[in-house]
Design a protein around this ligand. Structure first.
Ligand code: SF4
Ligand code: SF4
Length: 271
């Protein structure tokens, strides 16, 4: 299989997704949730994967593609931007949560998983083995207390990160909000597959980890609890505490730092 054939399978599986919509009771409308994914490819033995076990980046829990699957040759990473129906409502809402975001975000991972499973089945019919590490039962996440400036923070040592894999696969760079900024912005969901077939890696059009972030500070202003600063980026401890409260009170997800900002829909330096 080559990259073009892989992309044909991606398009077909995405086109066949009947689940890609949610009903908004307050507005009594049905809206689509995700756009067709951007896809980035990386070689399974890209040295950047090796660097991720550094505690300053991800940590010792991180497993390289060949540790997940010894026959790994490539990694495909999918970024699904939320539709304009979802992200525009979320960006314009006064908060703390917007119905479209709440329901759309709440359902998006199920939609991504359905897509990834259906693509894995199609590939399997063509003799290609694949594994979705973030969904594997051996996936691990270890919270580690750290300091960020003068404040307590939490670092998560994970055995796989779709966003970090997306960086390797040429999808984009991080912003100070710690989301990945792609050519279709940062407001979306991720999936990935490790594959036993050789595909051409996507060119990385950047060198620095935060290259696409213009440090405009818009995400710092969107955050209700000042969890993001230009000096120390997103404090995950502070963020999770507030996001947990929002979930308990409204049953929704905060995510205000994903919309209504210059990097929500594209790369700000190119806008
Ligand atoms: S809103 Fe501005 S500062 Fe925040 S991540 Fe995006 S580009 Fe960077
Ligand atoms: S998710 Fe909410 S609380 Fe967390 S950094 Fe973003 S805006 Fe702040």
């Amino acid at each position: 299989m080559n990259n073009a054939q892989f992309m044909k399978a991606v398009k077909a599986c995405f086109g066949n997704l009947t689940e890609n919509k949610v009903f908004l009771p307050e507005e009594a409308v049905e809206v689509p949730v995700l756009q067709e994914p951007l896809v980035g490819f990386a070689s399974a033995d890209d040295p950047l994967f090796d660097s991720y076990s550094d505690p300053q980046i991800i940590g010792p829990d991180f497993k390289e593609p060949c540790e997940w699957m010894p026959e790994a040759r490539s990694v495909a990473v999918f970024f699904f931007p939320f539709t304009d129906e979802i992200r525009t409502r979320h960006g314009e809402s006064a908060g703390p949560v917007d119905e479209a975001w709440n329901i759309g975000y709440g359902n998006h991972q199920k939609i991504v998983d359905t897509f990834v499973n259906s693509l894995a089945s199609v590939l399997s019919e063509q003799g290609i083995s694949s594994l979705a590490p973030a969904k594997d039962k051996s996936f691990r996440i270890t919270p580690i207390p750290v300091m960020s400036g003068d404040e307590k923070d939490t670092h998560y040592s994970v055995s796989w990160s779709n966003r970090h894999a997306g960086f390797v696969a040429g999808l984009g760079t991080f912003g100070i909000h710690r989301h990945l900024i792609t050519e279709k912005g940062c407001c979306g969901g991720f999936g990935s597959l490790i594959l036993d077939c050789e595909l051409s890696p996507t060119e990385r059009r950047y060198e620095e980890v935060y290259e696409y972030c213009i440090k405009c500070g818009a995400c710092t202003e969107r955050c209700p609890v000042s969890a993001i600063t230009l000096e120390h980026f997103r404090n995950l401890k502070k963020c999770s505490a507030y996001a947990g409260q929002v979930r308990e009170t409204y049953g929704g997800m905060c995510g205000r730092c994903l919309a209504g900002i210059p990097c929500a829909h594209g790369i700000p330096s190119e806008a």
